[in-house]
Ligand binder design. Structure first.
Ligand SMILES: NC(=O)c1ccc[n+]([C@@H]2O[C@H](COP(=O)([O-])OP(=O)(O)OC[C@H]3O[C@@H](n4cnc5c(N)ncnc54)[C@H](OP(=O)(O)O)[C@@H]3O)[C@@H](O)[C@H]2O)c1
Length: 263
């Protein structure tokens, strides 16, 4: 059987790190990408020591177009074709629109939108049509629900949703499997863990650990699932969203906005 290689963006921490370990467990070689000085080298060494796979890593800023070429040049140099692309790197926030700088939104749109689109374009151009290739685009339930304080982030994830669903139609019948991952909250960082621990009831039940999300996502990707929504409560919320009339959803969101304004 052919040895597979996966590119994982934003692999140094959070969900990306969990993806790297989950793929290593499945004996898939890795090309890990994250910003310089993010501990990527240590992660690559840890995986090499603990799993019998090849691990390449590249510290680069994915908001620069040159970085896409660096990734594929590095693989080409080793005569390796990538078979999986995990478009994971993303920049989130929870803030009023006026509270973040113009530079922040520019970076957020570049990393969350431009990077996955152009990496997908380059990945498909090098894909071996005789071997099944897999692309996982990390979206968010935030791309489906309108949530105050997630204005630009939610819009970037709506973009990813549309892009992935459209490309799935274009690639139908080909040797490329493309999945959209739509997670709810994930405990990827200490500050999120603290925030999520304060949640109650159904909101708390939507939160998952990164290792769980990575396992469910890679299972779904390899099975060719078109959309992967980890967690029963999250799947229920998506179903409710499709059933509820728009005016009911608007009133729930307005009430949520009032709670945020009062807090
Ligand atoms: N956490 C959640 O609740 C949640 C929910 C739904 C969806 N998601 C999505 O899941 C994905 C991962 O989220 P996360 O919470 O794991 O994020 P995270 O902990 O902030 O990790 C982001 C990763 O991306 C890397 N990165 C950031 N900017 C980069 C750049 N310009 N160039 C290269 N790498 C860069 C980071 O490297 P450094 O370590 O160097 O910064 C890090 O490895 C994102 O797409 C996010 O939108 C997250």
């Amino acid at each position: 059987m052919q040895q597979l290689t996966a590119i994982v963006t934003g692999a140094s921490e959070g969900l990306g790190k969990s993806f790297a370990i989950e793929l290593a467990r499945r004996n898939i070689d890795l090309m890990l990408v994250a910003l310089p000085g993010s501990g990527l080298q240590e992660l690559a060494s840890f995986i090499r020591k603990n799993f019998q796979i090849k691990v390449y890593h590249l510290e680069t800023d994915l908001t620069c177009t040159d970085s896409y070429h660096e990734i594929f040049d590095c693989l080409n140099g080793q005569q390796i074709k990538a078979h999986l692309l995990i478009n994971n790197a993303g920049l989130g926030n929870w803030s009023w629109f006026g509270d973040k700088s113009m530079a922040f939104y520019k970076t957020q749109i570049e990393l969350n939108v431009i990077t996955p689109v152009l990496l997908t374009r380059m990945f498909l151009a090098q894909a071996d049509s005789f071997v099944t290739s897999y692309i996982l685009n990390v979206g968010s339930l935030g791309g489906l629900f309108v949530v105050p304080k997630k204005q630009v982030y939610g819009a970037t994830k709506s973009f990813i949703r549309y892009f992935t669903k459209c490309l799935q139609l274009e690639l139908y019948g080909s040797n490329v499997k493309l999945s959209l991952l739509s997670p709810g909250g994930i405990n990827t960082k200490p500050e999120l863990l603290v925030m999520n621990n304060n949640l109650k009831g159904i909101s708390k039940a939507t939160i998952l650990e990164p290792e769980q999300v990575a396992r469910i996502a890679i299972d779904g990707l390899l099975k060719g699932k078109r959309e992967i929504i980890p967690g029963m409560v999250n799947r229920l919320l998506v179903l409710l969203n499709s059933l509820l009339p728009a005016y009911v959803k608007d009133s729930i969101i307005k009430r949520r906005l009032n709670t945020i304004l009062d807090s």
